[in-house]
Structures are given as C-alpha cells and as structure tokens.
Design a binder for this molecule. Structure first.
Ligand SMILES: [Zn+2]
Length: 260
C-alpha cells in the first residue's frame, strides 16, 4: 500500500472494500504520514491534524495504531464525525486483533453503559457548584470580618483548600462535556469554574487532559505523568537519567515524599 494512500469508496454498496494489513497501518506512524484504525477501518490522517478540533497532537499519539476506544470515548455524535472521516478512508483491516487490555476495557465500558453510570444527575452538579461558592464566600467573610488573626487565617486557608479541590473536580466534569447535553453550556460552565473560581485556562486544561485520557499513564504521551525532576516514573526514564547523571532529588525515596 502506497504512502499516504487515499480513497473515497469507503466500502459502499457499489464498491467492494479495499483491504490493508495491520502491518501496513503500523508503518504510517509519524508526523505527516499517519494512519489510524477505527472499528476495523483505516483512515489517512496525515493532513487532517491541523483541522481536527481536538488538535493534531492527540491524533499523532495514535499514528499507526488502533484508535477505536479513544475515538468512541471522545466523540458523542459519532454519525456527525463519520461525515468528516469518509474522505480519509483508506481501506478495511482484515487481520485486526484484540489485545487483552482492549478486551478488558471494552467489557468495562459495556458494564458502565449498561448500568447507566455515564448518566448525569443535574441536581448533584447544582448543589456541588453551590457548596463551592458557599465555601469561597465563607473564607472571604472569615478573613474580612474576623480580622487577620492566625486562627482566622488558618481556618480560611483550610476552607479555601477544600473549595478549590472541589472546584478542580467540578471543572473536570464540565471540561469533559459530561454535565449538560449541550457542548456550549458545558463550555460556559467550564470557563466559569476553571477560569473564574480557579484562575486557570480552560484551553490549557483541555489540551493537557484530552491527551491524558487518550493515552493514560503512557510516558511521553500523557502530560500528567511527565513529572520529571521531582519523580522518575516507569522503567526507562530512571535508567536513562541515572546514566546521564541528571536530576537532583533522592529518587530512591520518591515513594516516601510523593504525598508532599
Ligand atoms: Zn478526565
């Protein structure tokens, strides 16, 4: 199969599907030459990255791989998304296989969906946001009206810490577009909570967090586990850092100081 191949047939009723092997897919695994396999169909995303609403980086994490589970998790309206995928279709994979971890994950997803665990309870989110705002007001009033004593300062800090930690979880769910049926309203609440209650950027968080969920705990792909200098994770990083004599922390004790 040629580099960056493209096709428009997409296995229609009139044209038999074209076939590519999983080895073919694996060869297209770099920037400017990337194929993805989704539900047994292969798509050439080499030039799609700059137009992809989630950005090019997240697509690049799956170049040459089976992206079925991430694709399913990230796209609510799959029929709408498939319209954009049609022109990128390359062929069908005949020899696709399911790894143990994919089988486990798919069984888990089925269980979650069957038990309606992804269904939102709006009242919970109203009360949750309400209690965060109440905690913020309480801390403000405490410092303003009780004076700047150490006791009111410490108590105010503790109340704010709880409120801010809760706001972190709250913004997470709005950022996931998982509270309201409308994307626009989720975005508004996400901006409100992360921007105005936590003073952070919604775009920054989305960019990081989508990569985190696309490749959870995969070093160099998940930014949330990129905590080098303070902690060295996995098998490869500690060895390579030791060889280069990089880093300054007592890494042999990292399991004891992580909680700080
Ligand atoms: Zn998340």
């Amino acid at each position: 199969m040629g580099k960056g191949g493209k096709a428009s047939e997409n296995g229609s009723a009139f044209m038999p599907p074209k076939y590519v092997s999983m080895d073919d897919v694996r060869e297209h695994n770099r920037k400017g030459d990337s194929w993805l396999m989704i539900e047994g169909k292969v798509y050439d995303t080499s030039r799609w990255g700059s137009k992809h609403p989630g950005g090019a980086k997240i697509l690049g994490h799956y170049a040459g791989e089976d992206a079925t589970d991430a694709w399913k998790a990230f796209h609510n309206d799959k029929d709408f998304v498939k319209k954009f995928m049609k022109p990128l279709y390359v062929g069908d994979v005949k020899d696709k296989e399911e790894s143990d971890i994919q089988a486990d994950f798919r069984a888990l997803r089925k269980h979650v969906e069957e038990n309606e665990l992804l269904k939102t309870k709006p009242l919970f989110y109203v009360l949750h946001l309400g209690h965060i705002i109440l905690l913020e007001i309480m801390a403000y009033c405490l410092i303003s009206y009780m004076g700047g004593s150490t006791a009111s300062f410490v108590l105010g800090a503790m109340i704010l810490a709880v409120g801010q930690a809760q706001a972190g979880w709250s913004q997470h769910d709005y950022g996931h577009m998982s509270v309201f049926p409308s994307h626009k309203i989720n975005h508004i609440f996400h901006h409100l909570v992360i921007g105005h209650l936590k003073a952070a950027s919604s775009h920054w968080w989305n960019f990081r967090h989508f990569q985190h969920h696309a490749k959870p705990n995969v070093l160099k792909k998940d930014p949330d586990v990129d905590v080098a200098y303070l902690f060295l994770l996995g098998d490869y990083v500690p060895k390579s850092w030791a060889e280069k004599k990089k880093g300054f922390m007592p890494y042999q004790l990292q399991s004891n100081y992580w909680f700080l």
